[in-house]
Design a protein around this ligand. Structure first.
Ligand SMILES: NC(=O)c1ccc[n+]([C@@H]2O[C@H](COP(=O)([O-])OP(=O)(O)OC[C@H]3O[C@@H](n4cnc5c(N)ncnc54)[C@H](OP(=O)(O)O)[C@@H]3O)[C@@H](O)[C@H]2O)c1
Length: 308
């Protein structure tokens, strides 16, 4: 299959390397000629295991987003706040039967993209895999996980069996979900609690056990919000799920905390920001959630980072 990957960061390089290793025709889409020159001068896309014991380099071709080549399968692997602008750059290269896979965390960007591409099949992914960049274009596969994929406009297509088989054969463990919104909302709620609090308290996930009252009240409000948003399946046992993730990932530093420690913009608007906006739109009373979001914004401000 032929793939264009927009966003040659941690996840984009990870997926690019694995698809290339399985003989897929992969092209990286780079932002500008400077990025293209930097990539051309590198050894290609690098992929290392978690211990960085083994590294492989893949000479994957790269092009600019405005290249005229049509795109059959697009993997959008940029951050949520870059997603709409990135899609606008390649929109004219998509055809009526193209497929766009969205890897963004949180919620909000996926719906914005589907409305920019009303007649194109957009599949959202919710992934628990972990990767980081050791250097530009060199991804370290830090944690294996699973990806759920599903249509943003469900009931319009059958499950893309060939695509799922191709991913699984390329060591990208994934399953199809007829209701991806359930996975996205559940992950949003869990991230709202864990990502936000680990930034506010500047701690590892496991250290959140010191804040049980705040966590449990947040879970109660988020459960209410999810139910108001028609996501009662995602709301089920939320508190228990949050505590399970905290315990299972006790030694991890959350992705949002990593962003802050690395002085990078966070995806706050697509996590607690999205949840607060929804609670207002649905007139769902969530004072603890709003206080959390404001406290997170204050913490970002102290670090000199954008609050949206
Ligand atoms: N990494 C993980 O473990 C992981 C796991 C699950 C979900 N996710 C989600 O996956 C998404 C991507 O995460 P990531 O960690 O891979 O991010 P990342 O390392 O920051 O990579 C994003 C890449 O997208 C590029 N980009 C942005 N706009 C572009 C444009 N218009 N044209 C070309 N390239 C563009 C960026 O280039 P510049 O550097 O030039 O800006 C950067 O190389 C996020 O929403 C994240 O939350 C990540």
């Amino acid at each position: 299959m032929s793939w264009h990957i927009l966003g040659a960061g941690s996840l984009g390089c990870l997926w690019a390397a694995r698809l290339t290793a399985q003989q897929h025709a992969v092209h990286l889409l780079l932002r500008n000629t400077q990025a293209l020159h930097r990539y051309t001068a590198s050894r290609g896309v690098g992929l290392s295991d978690a211990q960085c014991m083994h590294s492989h380099y893949y000479p994957i071709p790269a092009q600019l987003t405005d290249d005229p080549q049509p795109i059959a399968h697009l993997l959008l692997a940029c951050k949520a706040y870059d997603a709409e602008a990135a899609i606008a750059q390649v929109k004219q290269r998509l055809r009526h039967n193209s497929i766009v896979i969205l890897l963004q965390n949180g919620l909000g960007s996926q719906q914005a993209i589907q409305s920019l591409l009303p007649n194109i099949r957009c599949i959202a992914a919710s992934s628990t895999e972990g990767a980081y960049l050791a250097e530009p274009f060199h991804s370290v596969f830090a944690g294996s996980g699973h990806s759920w994929l599903g249509d943003l406009q469900p009931l319009t297509h059958a499950a893309p069996t060939r695509l799922l088989e191709a991913y699984n054969a390329a060591a990208i463990p994934c399953s199809w979900s007829p209701d991806i919104s359930e996975h996205l909302w559940r992950k949003l709620a869990i991230n709202c609690v864990i990502n936000s609090l680990t930034v506010i308290h500047n701690c590892l996930n496991g250290e959140l056990i010191r804040h049980p009252t705040q966590i449990n009240s947040l879970c109660d409000e988020l459960q209410l919000l999810l139910c108001s948003a028609g996501q009662s399946a995602a709301a089920q046992d939320l508190q228990q799920q949050v505590w399970t993730v905290i315990n299972k990932t006790a030694a991890n530093s959350s992705s949002m905390r990593q962003d802050v420690l690395n002085r990078r913009r966070t995806e706050i608007s697509y996590i607690s920001g999205f949840a607060c906006a929804q609670s207002l739109a649905l007139e769902c009373y969530t004072p603890v959630l709003h206080a959390l979001h404001a406290q997170l914004q204050d913490t970002l401000r102290v670090h000199g980072l954008p609050t949206a």
